[in-house]
Design a binder for this molecule. Structure first.
Ligand code: 3BY
Ligand code: FES
Ligand code: FE
Length: 403
């Protein structure tokens, strides 16, 4: 059997409302199929426009097998390129971020303009035509400062997601933000375990003491419902009256979802005491407590937006058993560290939570490694979100592998 039909039959063997089998987490053939069918096809969250504010500023990331560089060009536009030199293939930019006048390959100094054009290539002779060797572009779209990249030859439609998410994000004025702190964790677990873990709070009571000062999982939010919960309905109505789209929107295919939830005990931020960490708000509203807007977009990101700050999370698979989790704490660009916010106070809860989640993912990855592991059932009450993710994964893989 080819790897594709092996992956398909593993997916077809999954029992409804049960976890995935061990091979779907461990096998390098399945991992390659995940890359080819999902990571190399879908729109992947790369970073924020305000991370590359000035011409020549760039960030790099690895999307499966594809190294990518995203740069602001001299006219202020953001462009994504395959970070592989058109000479002999070296990565042109090897750092995570930087600022350059031109993109100069470290190997033989081929020099590309910020728009990707090849400007200089020494010793290539008379016949050599520089215009044939510009950097290869990747698809790039921006929605409310979120830069998304797609490495497929033909990218899927982005406009439906943009139209759905933009009204939710717009009141938060992300274009006035800066990154106050960034953390990068390599979790020793398959990327699907990382997203499964994120989609439930069944584990929160036993594992997230810091987060539970402010976060309470609304069980109807994780899955599909919501309207039947009077507290949530009242929260949505209050926030919408204040100009914040809030009522849950779930993509038909289940790839993305937005919803605004109330926090625990009237907390307004993810701090130890529930009070704002930053004394400059992102939005221009006088509504004292807007709770948290949550949005995820499979396979690469989940996000939280509060009154005083926002958090973006990006996951990138590194191997079957390693996933990079990048977290950014976003605050108003005028907020000054030490004056308007204390960095420890701002980051404490999610640094602790991320590390706890890393341990949960790693312990699960070790457990599913056992030949004796058999996928167990999901809770109908507390694991609808995980089931929704696993269903999306299986449906997506099935439809792509049978195309
Ligand atoms: O990380 C998340 O977005 C979700 C919500 C809080 C904890 N986790 C289950
Ligand atoms: Fe880039 Fe040779 S590989 S200049
Ligand atoms: Fe968690």
């Amino acid at each position: 059997m080819t790897s594709k039909s092996t992956t398909l039959s593993l997916i077809n063997q999954r029992k409804p409302r049960h976890g995935l089998s061990r091979e779907l987490y461990l096998s390098s053939a399945v991992y390659q199929d995940d890359l080819e069918q999902i990571w190399h096809q879908e729109w992947i969250f790369a970073g924020h426009t305000f991370e590359i504010e000035k011409p020549g500023e760039y960030i790099t990331l690895q999307i499966g097998n594809y190294p990518i560089v995203i740069v602001r060009d001299s006219s202020g536009d953001i462009r994504a390129f395959h970070n592989a030199c058109r000479h002999r293939g070296s990565r042109v930019c090897s750092k995570a971020k930087g600022k350059v006048a031109k993109l100069v390959c470290p190997y033989h100094s081929w020099t590309f303009d910020l728009d990707g054009k090849l400007l200089f290539a020494g010793n290539m002779g008379e016949q050599f035509n520089k215009s044939d060797y510009g950097l290869r572009p990747a698809h790039c779209e921006i929605v409310n400062t979120y830069i998304y990249v797609c490495v497929a030859e033909h990218a899927p439609d982005f406009s439906q997601f943009r139209d759905a998410v933009s009204p939710f994000l717009s009141p938060h004025q992300l274009e006035n933000c800066k990154v106050a702190y960034e953390s990068n964790l390599v979790e020793k677990g398959n990327w699907k375990l990382v997203f499964e873990n994120n989609r439930e709070c069944y584990h929160c009571d036993a594992n997230h003491p810091e987060l539970l000062n402010s976060f309470v999982e609304n069980l109807s939010v994780a899955g599909v419902g919501g309207d039947e919960d009077p507290e949530l309905k009242a929260h949505w109505e209050r926030c919408e009256a204040a100009g914040f789209p809030s009522r849950m929107v779930m993509d038909q295919q289940g790839q993305y979802r937005m919803t605004r939830i109330p926090l625990f005990n009237n907390a307004s931020s993810y701090t130890m005491n529930g009070k704002p960490a930053v004394n400059k708000r992102l939005d221009h509203s006088s509504e004292p407590n807007i709770g948290a807007l949550l949005y995820f977009n499979y396979p690469s990101t989940w996000n939280h937006f509060l009154g005083d700050h926002a958090l973006s999370f990006r996951i990138l698979p590194l191997s079957p058993g390693e996933t990079l989790v990048t977290t950014k704490w976003l605050v108003h660009q005028d907020a000054q560290e030490g004056i308007d916010y204390d960095l420890d106070n701002l980051t404490k809860v999610w640094l602790a939570t991320n590390d706890q989640d890393r341990q949960l993912v790693e312990e699960t990855f070790r457990g599913v490694n056992s030949p004796a592991y058999i996928p167990g059932p999901f809770s109908d009450i507390a694991e609808n979100g995980v089931c929704q993710f696993v269903d999306w994964y299986c449906d997506t893989m099935k439809s792509k592998l049978t195309d």
